[in-house]
Design a protein around this ligand. Structure first.
Ligand SMILES: *Cc1c(COP(=O)(O)O)cnc(C)c1O
Length: 431
């Protein structure tokens, strides 16, 4: 029982006298008080992750835009807004969320391949910093929407640099056959069109090549291609005030070794300087790397079901709470809240109660557990709660944010009547 030694890659998560703590909060106390499943986030872990980017960009004209789709809970947004972050949004709903959290709209960039006219109007009226435009068709619509409002929309073209991020196909976005961004060979023509359109104002260039990237080579390759394009676009007389390199940096789920944000950006910025673009406003859009390892999901063991082929450990969290294993066969470490269990170690598939064979959280895990014990599913800060659903009419879990020994309930557990609040019964049958 290595007391107070943090778990690898999670500096604020540690066992004290055999009891798992996040910062100074004993997680078993939180499970007892708030029930399970329960997400718990560490404010310090989020701020530490952000600080690595801030160190990387120290002394630069830079803006770190948190890609809020990773975890869009209002309290999480508040933590980043107060720390000086901007935001990368992908919908009108996300815009309403950042505004509700008190963010400055002038720090917001709007990404996504399918912005509606309504979302464009909403973002123009809010006064966001930039639209990251993903197609030539979108450019025409955005110009018309802005003109109708008597405005000019600030735009950046998201370029698809056609580099392989070496990640899961579903979270790779910078290859030719992905739906994202404007194809490399169309970029110059698209900028020329943007410069002609009366409702637009060209501001910058952006890219985003994928997620859970654990190597630096894809970043260097994408950066070279983007900087080549900056040069080519400006040679046409179209000035670019900012360069946005997107997000995508990975985290340690299972001994993964992504570069640290500060080291990675020191290296990448040396390249930017060498090519003469160090004075531009530089932007990044990290999501997962700011929140992923700042969160855990607590769950209770309901039943143990031994079998000939497999033993199942059935828990009260499920794929509606933790969709990444089902979606990407992703790995989340699963550890006990209490290290001192006298139960025998067994190999289990950890599964939820949902009626789908895809409802598993971890496979072939060695655990010493009994029904009633609590487990923590690690790396649950990103793309878990935010991707959650109410499938099987399972209410969304509560969320707690810890700050030292202080505990804030930041999302109440949803009730079942919340789930069907917008539904309507058919009229009474006439007999
Ligand atoms: C999802 C996304 C990000 C963030 O990706 P992470 O892997 O979570 O860092 C950044 N930019 C855009 C455009 C995205 O779609």
């Amino acid at each position: 029982m290595n007391d107070a030694a943090p778990l690898p890659g999670r500096p604020h998560l540690h066992y004290r006298s055999g009891a798992l703590h996040l910062e100074d909060a004993r997680l078993a106390d939180l499970a007892r008080e708030y029930g399970t499943p329960l997400y718990v986030y560490s404010r310090a872990a989020m701020l530490d992750a952000l600080a690595a980017y801030q160190r990387g960009f120290a002394g630069r004209r830079a803006r770190i835009c948190y890609a809020m789709k990773a975890n869009s809970s209002l309290a999480v947004l508040q933590v980043f807004a107060r720390a000086g972050c901007g935001f990368d949004i992908v919908s009108g709903g996300e815009l309403q969320r950042v505004l509700a959290a008190g963010a400055d709209p002038a720090t917001v960039v709007f990404s996504g391949v399918g912005k509606t006219r309504g979302e464009m109007r909403q973002a123009l009226q809010a006064g966001i910093a930039c639209f990251n435009v993903e197609s030539e068709a979108e450019l025409e619509v955005l110009s018309a929407v802005a003109q109708a409002l008597g405005m000019r929309a600030p735009v950046s073209i998201r370029v698809n640099p056609n580099v392989d991020a070496h990640t899961h196909p579903y979270i790779s976005t910078g290859l030719k056959d992905n739906k994202f961004g404007v194809a490399h060979e169309r970029v110059l023509a698209t900028y020329r069109r943007a410069a002609q359109l009366p409702g637009l104002q060209v501001k910058g260039i952006d890219c985003h090549i994928g997620s859970q990237i654990t190597e630096e080579t894809p970043y260097l390759d994408a950066m070279d291609k983007v900087l080549d394009l900056v040069q080519a676009v400006e040679a046409q007389g179209i000035a670019l005030e900012h360069i946005d390199f997107g997000g995508g940096l990975g985290i340690d789920y299972q001994g993964d070794t992504p570069p640290a944000a500060d080291a990675l950006w020191a290296k990448l910025l040396a390249r930017v300087d060498q090519r003469g673009y160090g004075q531009r406003l530089l932007m990044v859009e990290p999501g997962r790397s700011l929140v992923g390892n700042a969160g855990v999901c607590l769950t209770e063991v309901l039943y143990l079901k031994p079998g000939e082929q497999k033993n199942f450990c059935i828990v009260d969290a499920a794929m509606n709470d933790l969709p990444r294993p089902m979606m990407y066969e992703a790995y989340h470490a699963i550890v006990p809240l209490d290290q001192a269990s006298s139960a025998p170690h067994q190999t289990y598939d950890v599964v939820g109660p949902i009626c789908e064979s895809g409802d598993w959280l971890g496979r072939e895990r060695s655990l010493a557990v009994r029904p009633g014990d609590w487990l923590a599913v690690l790396s649950a800060g990103a793309y878990c709660s935010a991707m959650g659903s109410t499938y099987n009419t399972r209410a969304r879990a509560a969320e707690v944010l810890v700050d030292g020994a202080q505990v804030h309930l930041v999302r109440e557990r949803e009730s079942v009547s919340d789930i069907f609040r917008c539904e309507r019964l058919l009229p009474a049958e006439k007999i």
